[in-house]
Ligand binder design. Structure first.
Ligand code: SF4
Ligand code: SF4
Length: 454
């Protein structure tokens, strides 16, 4: 009996220490993230939770053993209860091609009174009324915008200036002598080198018409039909810094977006040139010079799913990434993309981005049929109107998404739970709301960015 008592005591102690360490670790992570509310709540738990156990211990160790057994059983059940697998939350393939002239960046570039302007709105009179709203606002990176910050805006413009200079390098002469390289060797090299250049994840896909825009919507080739020259693509993600994103929609978000457009552009240009050096046609798709719809290419390359906010949701950094794509005629693997229904199911429940969106551009509804396919679609006109008022690319949705939390053991464990347990997916949203808030406030910008307007 004595040895049973000792064994039970040891088990209780081990379980109690494990729970305590988990809460301590959670508190430290929240504190490092500078999340005051989450830290306060975790620390409160740290001190309050042991109380009933200690009181019970005072009366009888059997009660403590019972309580801890119930905790362990509940934890086990969260992952073991078989719920029906979610399926067909969104449809997979767009029914038609998107015209780049319809995207907000292209419409923003139309100069009032120009031929392009007149022609576009003659064909799309309904869009002129909507676009007049953003034209009344100060505009992106302008002095009169709400979040104007002279240093951050100047830095953002510097990054956009640099990426603009890559546009002469997105394509070029192909070496007439083509090197014979096996697909196996090429994919190992491309994956490793792209990561070494700064990418997080790399994938490959075969291209279909729906990956390409139907017509150019920006620059000198405005209105030209886009021909599907390449049949394969390399897609990759680059991470956006969590601290810069957390302050969205303040100016650090646009600094970070511009920086990562530049990073993605640099990597894409290098890969494109590398393939052309070896005798394979290749084109880099970079900010302001896209012929493909990057989120669709990246999704089909297996890098994530397109979530409620219309961005690619990656398994580890969520939407807190920028994308790069290189198209080529080198025959790459066309592995069938495996739909991540768990992630889409979580998106279906969460709706946090819809709750925080300052312009109410994100729907709270489940995916529904738009142009013949079941999906989510944000209201890009109201979103862009807010950007034009804010002066930044907002990013409040990205900053608040539970999937955007930093890549560490705590958040990776939660993302693992979301991926593997339907019941945990139900718990994860209220848990995130409890610690971070349903509508988390924007964090402060990093200290080194002066908070000044003049
Ligand atoms: S905030 Fe929630 S609903 Fe929105 S994209 Fe992220 S996971 Fe999906
Ligand atoms: S970027 Fe801002 S305005 Fe646009 S959908 Fe996200 S939260 Fe809403």
């Amino acid at each position: 009996m004595d040895s049973l008592y000792t064994f039970a005591i040891l088990i209780c102690l081990a379980a109690a220490i494990l729970f305590f360490i988990t809460l301590l670790y959670t508190s430290i992570i929240f504190w490092k993230e500078k999340e005051k509310r989450a830290t306060f709540r975790a620390v409160t738990f740290l001190f309050v939770l042991p109380v009933p156990y200690l009181l019970s211990w005072y009366y009888s160790w059997e009660i403590v053993a019972l309580l801890l057994s119930i905790d362990l059983l509940l934890t086990f059940l969260v992952f073991a209860i078989p719920f029906p697998r979610p399926k067909n939350i969104c449809d997979d393939f767009p029914a038609s091609q998107i015209d780049e002239r319809d995207i907000m960046f292209a419409r923003n570039e139309l100069k009032v009174g120009s031929n392009r302007y007149d022609e576009y709105y003659q064909n799309n009179p309904d869009k002129e009324i909507l676009d007049n709203k953003f034209r009344k606002e100060p505009g992106l990176l302008t002095k009169k915008s709400v979040f104007y910050n002279r240093m951050a805006y100047a830095a953002s413009n510097a990054s956009f200036f640099a990426v603009d200079h890559f546009k002469t390098a997105i394509d070029g002469e192909v070496n007439p002598i083509q090197e014979a390289i096996s697909q196996e060797k090429m994919i190992v090299f491309l994956k490793s080198w792209t990561k070494k250049l700064g990418a997080l994840q790399v994938g490959f896909t075969k291209l279909s018409d729906y990956h390409y825009y139907s017509h150019k919507g920006r620059g000198d080739q405005y209105g030209e039909q886009i021909k599907n020259h390449h049949s394969y693509a390399i897609a990759f993600t680059v991470e956006m810094n969590q601290e810069m994103v957390a302050a969205a929609p303040k100016a650090s978000i646009v600094m970070e977006s511009a920086q990562q457009y530049l990073e993605a552009g640099r990597i894409a240009v290098q890969i494109g040139q590398f393939l052309r050096n070896l005798g394979y046609s290749a084109k880099a798709h970079i900010d302001g010079n896209y012929e493909v719809i990057c989120p669709l290419v990246a999704r089909d390359a297996g890098l994530g799913e397109i979530g409620r906010m219309g961005l690619l949701m990656t398994p580890k950094e969520g939407p807190r990434v920028r994308l790069g794509v290189v198209t080529t005629d080198f025959v790459l693997p066309s592995k069938q993309w495996k739909k991540n229904n768990s992630l889409l199911d979580f998106c279906n429940r969460c709706k946090k981005c819809a709750a925080v969106c300052p312009s109410k551009s994100i729907s709270f509804d489940p995916p529904h049929r738009i142009d013949g396919i079941k999906r989510w679609q944000i209201n890009s006109e109201s979103c862009f109107t807010y950007w034009s008022k804010a002066g930044t690319d907002c990013g409040r949705c990205m900053a608040s998404c539970p999937y955007s939390h930093p890549n560490n053991f705590l958040h990776n464990s939660i993302r693992w739970g979301i991926q593997h347990s339907p019941l945990f997916r139900r718990i994860a949203v209220p848990l995130d709301d409890f610690f971070y808030g349903r509508k988390p406030k924007a964090a402060k910008m990093p200290n080194w960015i002066p908070n000044e307007k003049l």
